[in-house]
Design a protein around this ligand. Structure first.
Ligand code: PGA
Length: 247
């Protein structure tokens, strides 16, 4: 079985104004050889401009969230179709900052993943345990449960990625040990194969949470790690490129 094509995605979160497009252009200009796919997920306000700025480059553009609905009276929400129309080809769903800060349950995340597929976007579905859950010895159970409940059957035969992001590692500088990452990624892989058969073996499982140039090579070469979802370090082209080049 060939390994999944790795994906390195940068999540800009609520950062970035028009001037930040220069960083995105510097990423595109700095990629020489790619051993996988590279994406940047700017705030929604920049999706269209970034898509134009990166047209013809090797860098894909993604959204950070989408509505479970296709259209209608949902003030402030953005549909998958709208993101695709603005030039996105991927979308992050179920990030822990959405799960915790906006009350998104596994059921809502699954509905968003379904909406992404309907809107012709490739979802990056995030899962991850809190520190309390890890300390209680529940990390594997919690995360494989999230995988089961957040991935709708509609993803069968569709392109998608899973991002394992321990909540306590996001923006903290802390990371799990490599054996801990491998244990979790193996458990996620087994669950994916259980849910999607052979296709489950082709899904890239990204690691996210304090990935930076200094730890990227070790994390990216760990067993069953098929790329990274990078927050803070994706805001600077130099740092993000160093991570991409560690692949
Ligand atoms: P971080 O964020 O790299 O800043 O820890 C990762 C994420 O939230 O996707």
């Amino acid at each position: 079985m060939t390994a999944p094509t790795p994906l390195i995605a940068g999540n800009w979160k609520m950062n970035g104004l028009a001037a930040s497009l220069d960083e995105a252009k510097a990423v595109a200009a700095g990629i020489s050889r790619i051993a996988g796919r590279v994406a940047l997920c700017p705030p929604a306000t920049l999706v269209e401009r970034m898509s134009r700025a990166l047209a013809g480059s090797a860098v894909l553009v993604g959204g950070q969230d989408c509505s479970p609905e296709a259209a209608g009276a949902f003030t402030g929400d953005i549909s998958a179709q709208m993101l695709a129309d603005a030039g996105a080809s991927l979308v992050i769903v179920g990030h822990s900052e959405r799960r915790a800060g906006h009350g998104e349950t596994d059921e809502i995340v699954a509905a968003k993943a379904r909406a992404a597929v309907r809107g012709h976007l490739e979802p990056i579905v995030c899962v991850g345990e809190t520190l309390d859950q890890r300390q209680a010895g529940d990390a594997l159970k919690v995360v494989t449960g999230q995988v089961r409940e957040s991935l709708p059957r509609e993803l069968d035969r569709m392109a998608f990625a899973v991002a394992y992001e321990p909540v306590w590692a996001i923006g903290t500088g802390l990371t799990p040990t490599t054996p801990e990452i491998e244990e979790m990624h193996r458990a996620i892989r087994a669950t994916l194969v259980e849910l999607f058969g052979d296709d489950g073996a082709k899904v890239p499982i990204l690691y996210g949470g304090s990935v930076k140039p200094s730890n990227a090579a070790e994390i990216l070469h760990a067993a069953e790690v098929g790329g990274a979802l990078v927050g803070g370090a994706s805001l600077k082209a130099e740092d993000f490129l160093a991570i991409v080049n560690a692949l």
